[in-house]
Design a protein around this ligand. Structure first.
Ligand code: SF4
Ligand code: SF4
Length: 261
């Protein structure tokens, strides 16, 4: 990239937590401001959603007809499109409706559901447009964001952390909560990037960073059953924040007895 790259941060259906990862960069945010020109980031100030940019960061999933159309415009105006967080990369909690009767849930929750203009499904950005790189996590952390910006500025593909959380646990010499306490930890199938945060504090991982490379979900599901989890509890371990990630979706369907939807 020549000159200061132009960057936009777009929000789709999400809680804004990943955008906060940018704002929480602290002193690095000042550094980021010197490296790039932020032309659209409504949560931080600049608003120009139709601007042509070098890097478009996209938070959130596609859940409305307006989202479906807007993501096409974002893609057309960006050299690189990078998704940030579980919603944008794997549906987020709002995608739980994909496996069940979403319309039925809406009627049960809202007094006047006819005013809600939502699609029947909530889907990751890559189902709609080409995505150049995905940053996983719920939320992503500032370190990932800075590493991706630096890599793209140097013209190289950002490093994808696909190791399992267990590896990070071992490096940190954290006690294994699955082995030592029999808690149903998702670390054996979850990608690292968080520094094994939860096991370091004695609690099980719930897979907020999404599936690792070659996750053996079938074996882990059987291990969970061995710990006494009922099949529906095993399904819930996989059908969490990253429920539309293919590896977790298939694992949930398998644990459910093979029925999807
Ligand atoms: S605590 Fe979880 S992530 Fe850590 S080693 Fe055990 S199973 Fe793996
Ligand atoms: S240990 Fe698991 S649930 Fe906890 S932050 Fe890391 S990936 Fe997320």
């Amino acid at each position: 990239m020549s000159g200061k790259p132009r960057v936009a941060v777009h929000k789709f259906s999400s809680c804004d937590g990943c955008q906060l990862a940018f704002l929480n960069l602290g002193p690095q945010l000042l550094e980021l401001g010197q490296l790039v020109e932020i032309v659209h980031f409504a949560e931080a100030g600049p608003v120009d959603p139709e601007a042509q940019v070098d890097i478009a960061f996209v938070e959130g999933s596609v859940t409305t007809p307006e989202d479906e159309e807007r993501i096409q415009r974002v893609r057309a105006r960006a050299r690189y499109l990078v998704t940030i967080g579980a919603c944008a990369t794997a549906g987020g909690v709002q995608a739980l409706r994909n496996a069940r009767d979403g319309a039925g849930w809406m009627s049960a929750v809202y007094a006047t559901p006819e005013y809600i203009d939502a699609l029947a499904t909530s889907t990751p950005i890559a189902r709609h447009v080409t995505v150049d790189f995905e940053l996983w996590g719920c939320p992503v952390n500032g370190k990932q964001v800075m590493a991706a910006v630096n890599a793209l500025m140097l013209g190289v593909t950002p490093r994808d952390d696909v190791d399992k959380v267990c590896m990070e646990c071992k490096r940190r010499q954290a006690v294994c909560v699955l082995v030592a306490h029999g808690t149903p930890c998702m670390g054996p199938v979850t990608r690292t990037g968080c520094g094994a945060l939860c096991p370091s504090f004695g609690r099980d991982c719930y897979a907020c960073y999404g599936p690792a490379e070659s996750p053996n979900t079938r074996s882990l599901g059987r291990r969970f059953e061995g710990l006494g989890l009922m099949p529906e509890a095993v399904v819930r371990r996989f059908r969490g924040i990253n429920n539309e990630a293919p590896a977790f979706r298939e694992a949930a369907v398998t644990a459910e007895g093979g029925q999807d939807g």
